[in-house]
Design a protein around this ligand. Structure first.
Ligand SMILES: Nc1ncnc2c1ncn2[C@@H]1O[C@H](COP(=O)(O)OP(=O)(O)OP(=O)(O)O)[C@@H](O)[C@H]1O
Ligand SMILES: [Mg+2]
Length: 343
């Protein structure tokens, strides 16, 4: 007699810049959310693959029609290629997590997918379609809720997930969050990159840098408040490699992110029952890659000073916390919370 294969639980974090997967089998992978198809016969001959995903796609971008399935917190729905891109990215994650193997072994697959809060409102049906065939049962949740679940910040906590496409807020009141408990801002990492690129162009005539380079500088040198050291880079200006001090531009672009986040944070806290507001103010948790901006937690805490003060901390492992939360949710969710996803 053969044993019935065990159910496999999966947590997926579908992000604008990075997506990750964790499974109950111990599978764990992360991939940049880029999908690229070779533009022509020459490109196909060089890259030797029909489609490239993640870092490989980014590195070969001149030869590719490059797509980012998510932008500004939404799944792009315009073209056939955009729809294929989401599916390709999910298929890749499923393969990395060895979920397809479990499926071939006859396991029942239950996946929780975390997406930006806005995508949850707008793209739910498209997401469901994109997951068809990969899993048997599905729950779609917002990213900040998956994060809250992952770190068990379930009561009197405010999660702020400062990602690439959006900053997502979620106040936890000891139950599933509703729409009123969540907010989304378009001000996040991608927006910061654009601000920085604009400032650099304004202040340095003839500067020629791609948005990818601007992003790399930001990831290395981002800060708010008093600079600890000057930010110096080397760029071609009018074709000549030139040393440039970009400290003030870096500071201005990063600090531009703070007022909208502080305003939304205070607004969301004011919606909490008055007797719990202080608890929430002292339990503000930053997640997402852009929480790596040096000094941002202190600056957000300072914004609460006039409102009774508060404390802001940063999650330690921002890369996997979303998919880990998704996996925990999958393992805990009762049967009634799942939707069946026939192939
Ligand atoms: N050290 C750093 N300083 C500032 N920004 C950073 C740093 N490291 C990563 N980032 C930025 O964080 C963003 C990616 O964060 P994250 O992986 O949380 O996004 P995502 O989950 O893909 O996006 P979203 O949640 O918006 O869908 C990018 O804009 C990236 O440039
Ligand atoms: Mg995210």
């Amino acid at each position: 007699m053969t044993d019935k294969p065990q159910d496999l639980y999966v947590g997926i974090d579908l992000g604008t810049s990075k997506s990750s997967i964790m499974t109950s089998d111990g599978g764990k992978s992360v991939v940049e959310s880029y999908v690229g198809w070779p533009v022509d016969m020459v490109a196909r001959k060089l890259v030797k693959k029909p489609v490239l995903i993640g870092k490989e796609a980014l590195e070969n971008r001149p030869m590719l029609e490059l797509h980012r399935p998510l932008e500004r917190g939404l799944i792009k729905e315009g073209s056939e290629k955009d729809q294929q891109a989401v599916r390709q990215l999910l298929a890749h994650l499923i393969k990395l997590g060895k979920v397809d193997k479990a499926k071939n072994n006859g396991s029942f697959i239950r996946a929780v997918v975390g997406v930006p809060a806005e995508a949850l409102r707008v793209n739910r049906e498209q997401l469901r379609e994109s997951m068809r065939g990969f899993v048997d049962s599905l729950i779609i949740v917002s990213e900040p809720f998956a994060v809250a679940y992952g770190i068990e910040a379930l009561l009197h906590a405010l999660i702020i997930d400062i990602g690439a496409g959006t900053t997502d807020f979620c106040v936890m009141r000891g139950r599933y969050p509703t729409d009123e408990d969540q907010r989304t801002l378009p001000n996040a990492g991608d927006w910061l990159d654009e601000q920085l690129a604009t400032l650099l162009k304004e202040n340095h005539e003839g500067i020629n840098v791609s948005i990818h380079t601007v992003r790399l500088w930001k990831e290395k040198y981002s800060f708010v408040g008093k600079p600890k050291r000057p930010v110096k880079v080397n760029v071609p200006i009018g074709g000549v490699p030139t040393d440039l001090d970009i400290t003030s531009e870096m500071r201005a672009a990063c600090e531009a992110l703070v007022p909208p986040i502080a305003e939304t944070l205070l607004d969301l806290i004011s919606s909490v029952e008055p007797e719990y507001q202080e608890l929430v103010r002292h339990n503000v948790i930053l997640a997402g890659g852009s929480s790596g901006i040096d000094g941002i937690a202190d600056m957000l805490a300072a914004a609460m000073m006039d409102f009774g003060g508060g404390a802001v901390r940063i999650i330690e492992d921002p890369i996997y916390v979303g998919s880990e939360g998704g996996l925990s949710l999958a393992q805990d969710a009762p049967k009634s919370d799942w939707e069946k996803l026939p192939a």
